[in-house]
Design a protein around this ligand. Structure first.
Ligand SMILES: C[S@@+](CC[C@H](N)C(=O)[O-])C[C@H]1O[C@@H](n2cnc3c(N)ncnc32)[C@H](O)[C@@H]1O
Length: 160
C-alpha cells in the first residue's frame, strides 16, 4: 500500500522538518508493504488571502485532486476518535489488508479541514484533545506511523 501524508502549509527547513523526515524515513524503510509520498504543500498566496471557508474548500479541492481513485482517506482532527498506538497499528494493518492501493492521511491548515472531507473520510482520528500546530502534527503522525509498522512487525521499538 502507498501511504501519503497531505498537509496544508509549508514546513520550512529546520528542526521540525528534520525530525518529521527522520521518522518518515524510518517508516518508509520499516514496512515492506508500506511506501510513502512526502507531504504535499498546497498553500498559495490566493488561499492565504481568502476567507476561512473559501480557503478550506480550496484546500479540500486540492486534496481531492491528489487522491487516487478509490483511495482511503484518514483525517487528523482534534475532534476525531482517540486511538492508542496499538489500536492505530491495528487500523493501519486493516486498511493495508483491505485491498486498496492508496491511503492518504490529511492534516489541515490553520482553519482545519473542510466538512466535505469529513463526509468522505474513512476515519477521523485525534492525537489528543489539544490543538497542535500542523508542524508538530506532522512529527507526531510520522512517529506514530513508524511506531505502527514496528508494532505490526513485532519490532521492539514499541514497548507497551
Ligand atoms: C492548527 S490545527 C487547526 C485547528 C482548527 N482551528 C480546527 O478547528 O480544526 C491544524 C491541523 O492540525 C491537525 N491537528 C491539530 N491538533 C490535532 C489533534 N489534537 N489531533 C489531530 N489532529 C490535530 C488537524 O489536521 C488540524 O486541521
Amino acid at each position: 500500500m502507498r501511504i501519503g501524508l497531505f498537509a496544508v502549509g509549508r514546513l520550512k527547513a529546520g528542526p521540525e522538518k528534520d525530525l518529521a523526515g527522520r521518522y518518515l524515513d524510518r517508516f518508509a524503510k520499516a514496512g515492506p508493504a508500506v511506501g510513502l509520498e512526502l507531504a504535499r504543500v498546497v498553500e498559495t498566496a490566493e488561499s492565504r488571502a481568502a476567507n476561512a471557508e473559501t480557503r478550506k474548500r480550496e484546500e479540500a479541492g486540492q486534496l481531492e485532486k491528489a487522491l487516487a481513485d478509490g483511495s482511503l482517506l484518514v483525517l487528523l482532527d482534534e475532534r476525531g476518535k482517540a486511538l492508542d498506538s496499538e489500536a492505530f497499528a491495528r487500523l493501519l494493518g486493516t486498511l493495508r489488508d483491505s485491498g486498496k492501493r492508496d491511503l492518504m492521511i490529511a492534516i489541515g491548515g490553520a482553519d482545519g479541514l473542510d466538512p466535505a472531507l469529513h463526509a468522505r473520510a474513512d476515519a477521523v482520528l485525534n492525537l489528543g484533545k489539544m490543538t497542535w500546530p500542523h508542524q508538530l502534527v506532522r512529527i507526531l503522525i510520522a512517529e506514530q506511523l513508524y511506531r505502527a509498522v514496528t508494532i505490526l512487525s513485532g519490532h521492539p521499538y514499541h514497548r507497551a
